[in-house]
Ligand binder design. Structure first.
Ligand SMILES: Nc1ncnc2c1ncn2[C@@H]1O[C@H](COP(=O)(O)OP(=O)(O)OP(=O)(O)O)[C@@H](O)[C@H]1O
Length: 289
């Protein structure tokens, strides 16, 4: 089991501060969702974790050792990123062999099974693969390497619905066979909501949430009913957003409800799903408490 710790990681590009003193620890054998709006800094964070780009300050430790110029430590982590890092003339099977030079426990058998399931021809050159198959190849490698921590940056980019479903299925199967830590950065929250055990949410350069999906959903509510009664009921609570339909209104509340308040008959309180919670938490105005 590998422990990854980020201590006060900050990153600036010129005058822009993208990450502000981010600290967290990745728990072993857990599936994380790394969420945040476009440009929030998710890819930057994953690149810093794997030392592909340097942090401006702070440090990443892998099993207590710095990740800078440390091949032994970095061999415990694998980053599947949007970037295409392979020579265009290299064939799929050669890419597997090359990966095995860096990750000697690369599971060729699993990789072959997955290429068959996804219909990927191992004799094709990298440059001949479509956008979707670029992602599929990188996903197959990410599932087949023997790293304890696998970081997936937009793993379903360009995949059709069938292939996305197959990928999630295969991810869960390999996770059951060989538990390890996955960090999945994606915009398709609905699709991964059932998979992720812990949410990391970045907003305005800050890590505003690091909690289990279960805890987050347990303190998220939709209060629905006639506008006036709903607003009276939610006054002073942490309302992170709302929807209106005619005279009906839903206020989304994150955090504690007030048990002392009497709920009018016309107003109902229900749970909300992760996607709705995420959309409202990442609204410009909403505050996360
Ligand atoms: N090499 C770079 N030079 C300058 N600015 C950069 C560089 N890399 C990233 N940025 C900026 O840092 C910010 C965060 O980018 P990043 O790609 O990490 O976001 P993201 O959360 O992964 O976004 P998306 O969800 O759109 O992929 C953006 O404003 C981006 O323009």
């Amino acid at each position: 089991m590998t422990e990854v710790t980020l201590n006060q990681i900050s990153k600036t590009f010129g005058k822009q501060t993208v990450l502000k003193e981010i600290s967290f620890q990745l728990k072993p054998n857990t599936i994380y969702g790394l969420l945040g709006r476009n440009g929030a800094g998710k890819s930057t964070l994953l690149n810093i974790l794997t030392n592909r780009i340097p942090a401006s300050s702070g440090e990443v430790q892998i099993d207590g050792q710095s990740n800078i110029n440390n091949d032994a430590a970095l061999g415990k982590i694998y980053l599947m990123s949007e970037q295409n890092l392979y020579p265009s003339r290299m064939k799929v099977f050669q890419i597997f062999r090359q990966t095995a030079l860096f990750y000697p426990g690369f599971d060729f058998e699993l990789a072959h099974q997955l290429t068959a399931k996804f219909g990927l021809n191992e004799n094709l050159r990298f440059s001949r693969l479509s956008t979707g198959y670029h992602s599929i190849l990188k996903d197959i490698i990410a599932l087949s390497v023997d790293a304890d921590v696998v970081l997936l940056d937009e793993p379903t980019l360009g995949l059709d619905a069938n292939h996305r479903e197959l990928f999630y299925q295969e991810l869960m199967e390999t996770y059951a066979d060989r538990p390890r830590t996955f960090v999945i950065s994606t915009h398709l929250i609905e699709e991964i909501a059932g998979l992720i055990e812990n949410v990391l949410l970045i907003k305005d350069g800050n890590l505003v949430l690091n909690d289990s999906t279960e805890n987050l959903l347990a303190r998220s509510y939709a209060v629905t009913g006639p506008e006036k009664q709903v607003q009276e009921y939610t006054k002073g609570l942490n309302v992170i957003g709302h929807d209106s339909l005619g005279k009906l209104r839903s206020d989304y509340v994150f955090g504690k409800l007030d048990d002392e308040r009497i709920l009018p008959d016309t107003v109902s309180v229900d749970g909300i799903d992760l996607k709705k919670l995420f959309i409202n938490l990442t609204n410009r105005e909403s505050e996360v408490h």
